[in-house]
Design a protein around this ligand. Structure first.
Ligand code: CMP
Length: 156
């Protein structure tokens, strides 16, 4: 099975709440591998591309304005089925209904202020990663714990 890469943003509310370390820690403990990370102000153009699917929605401009209020932390996580795994750890959109044990379920109450974004599909992941990262900002490396995260047959 080939590892996938998926994009994560810690949104302005996650930054303000001091949840960056907690969020990174949850993905690390799960066994995902961090292969890219940066802090940046997302431009209006980047956000229009990022949220293209929400272009016609009533909250589109408010969402972009909120994301522009301060820097966000963008990450790329790698692992087998990483898109699905990260979405599960993040939880459903509405914080107050998200499953306990998930990031939104444990720390969020809101729909807009839902702390974190995670790619929904492999195609979204590829598109989103390219919006924020150049290829030389993404890393491939051997981790000493790889051999206890997956059995040999899973990584062949
Ligand atoms: P996410 O799923 O990461 O990407 C789209 C974001 O739009 C979503 O998180 C919420 O932050 C935001 N969002 C979704 N629905 C609404 C809504 N009804 N009003 C305001 N923001 C929303």
């Amino acid at each position: 099975m080939k590892p996938q890469r998926t994009a994560v943003l810690v949104k302005p509310d996650g930054l303000q709440r001091g949840l960056i370390g907690e969020i990174i820690s949850r993905f690390e403990r799960k066994g995902l591998k961090l292969v890219g990370m940066k802090m940046l102000n997302m431009s209006d153009e980047m956000l229009s591309d990022w949220y293209a699917e929400h272009k016609e929605k009533s909250f589109f401009n408010d969402l972009k304005a909120f994301m522009e209020t301060m820097p966000i932390v963008a990450m790329v996580w790698e692992g087998i089925d990483a898109v699905k795994v990260v979405r599960k750890l993040v939880g459903t959109t509405l914080g107050r209904e998200a499953e306990g044990g998930s990031i939104r379920g444990d720390f969020g109450m809101s729909q807009q202020y839902n702390l974190i974004h995670a790619s929904a599909t492999e195609d979204d992941a590829e598109r989103e990663i390219a919006i924020v990262f150049n290829s030389n900002e993404l890393f491939s490396y051997h981790s000493v714990i790889d051999s206890v995260i997956y059995a040999d047959y899973e990584v062949k």
